[in-house]
Design a protein around this ligand. Sequence first.
Ligand SMILES: [Zn+2]
Ligand SMILES: [Zn+2]
Length: 573
Amino acid sequence: MAFALVCQRTTTARYFGCIRSRPLRFHVASSVAQRRTFLNIFRKKKTEDTKEPPEPIPLLSEDDLFHPYSRSPFPEVRAKGQTISSMAPCPVCASGNSHTHEHNHEKPKVKNVSFECPDCGWPTHCSEEHWKADKEHEKYCSRLREANEDEHDLRSGRRMPEFELPGIKLFHPKYTCYSRVRTGPQGYEEAISFANWDVFWYTRGYNSMDSERSRRHASKLLTYPMTIGSVLHQHSSLMLNNQRLTPEGSRSMAAIRSTLHTEPGAPETHEASVGKPQVRIFILGARGESSLPPHVWEQLGFLFPAANFHLFFIGPQVALPRERQNTTPSPVNNDSTSTEPETPASDSTSDKISGDPTSSKEIPDTESTQIEAKKPLYTPNVYTPQTPAAIPPLKWTRSSLTRYGVPSYTTPYSYQMSLSGLQVDNYADVHPLFEETLDPYSDVFFFFAPGFGFPSPSYKDEAGQPVLQISSPTEWGPVLPMLLASKCPIFVTGFSPADVERDVRSLSTAPGVAGEFEWVVTPGPNPFGSEKWEVADFDPRIMVKTNWGIWAIRGKSRDIQERSFFSSLFSNN
Ligand SMILES: [Zn+2]
Ligand SMILES: [Zn+2]
């Protein structure tokens, strides 16, 4: 897949890996705790609440966040610096014999970056001389410095209110127990605004984001669920009167919103969801988003108290629960179920993704750190991205192999949200499972930076030229025509204006897509994109923002053509 896509996806995965890692561990504990809240309806057990995560002791103070990568106090950050040095060519050397720059140096051998800019701390050039010679670097330097400080802030060990989400039971070191439960589902009398992150956070009751840094962290954490929520919600800021929604799109959205919401005037309560179909959100080509902690996805459900959701992550790089990916017993893992071999058996043992369903054993939150221990210090964001690390299974997580025929799981996470992940080379392979039941009133597709307009790395045409991924049989070629036939809305994000444009242009070249779709949402900025710059390890001058833009299409309605066909019949008579 395309490099920039890779860049943003894998950094997302890495980042959330970081969230699960040690300094921020209590967030995982939060999700477990939240689960227990739900559980407590059925049993009175209270002992878990007495288990306190250790009080966070900040390792770095707010004014000590800048460190050159090679001298960072955090091994992961030092590893990142080494990765960049091993991959990124010096831009000044490269300008001597590449087309990208107007510098006219002699043609030296292109050396990798090893000199760290003292202002941003990133390895940016091969030497101090080339750093001094580069007049372009100052364009990037302040953003790189910001990214450097953000990396250190995430690991600083400070309490991070920006990650304390509504509905999550919080641990406060000051108190002796989990002592505060913030509102979960939105009260039906409280209107949420989706104009931008700020009013959204305010109207939804998030902690106030006191700094740009907090905004960047929180927007990156929430961009996937809130991009979905903000376009589907009846108060979406993508509307007819700002020309982001088309008249056809308006009809599509009215259909699905009739399932997501109640009739005007009727209270939006969970009781109102009785008898309504589950809303299925299919996220195709999912990577990092499939390893987001479930309590982050739950934020999406909270926006729609009268709806039930089933999220499907489908693609070759969907994160599966830990056991399925561990082929050998791990010395650091004491959980006996994890020693099961990877080979999925054809019988019920394969349903034991997460251990004995009858066991009352809680999953200790230390597991997340054990998982971290097995991962490399830093995973580069390179051309061939890795599948996100295995996700910690929850007690209710089950294999869905027998249901979907591919490595998969389902977690019924809360009363209104289930999550499934299907690891499959191509969505087309599992489409028949859903085809008959797809319904524009309850089903919607999302593609997060799918790279439609990038050349396929694996498929070439007869002339030996790479085919665009939107048309390639090994990528999206067979997929989009299937989805258009369903008439369900198809949302697509891109990480920059150029990325959005590239994907949109590719629509007109793809057989079975060109001329077969109608616009639902016109291409443009996504108010709920991440505000954090993602920097490519192989070239720190390349920076993108996850979900910067959004657009949507659906299969062309045949009504008009059919009508004209019939009317021509009658007129001939
Ligand atoms: Zn150089
Ligand atoms: Zn710099």
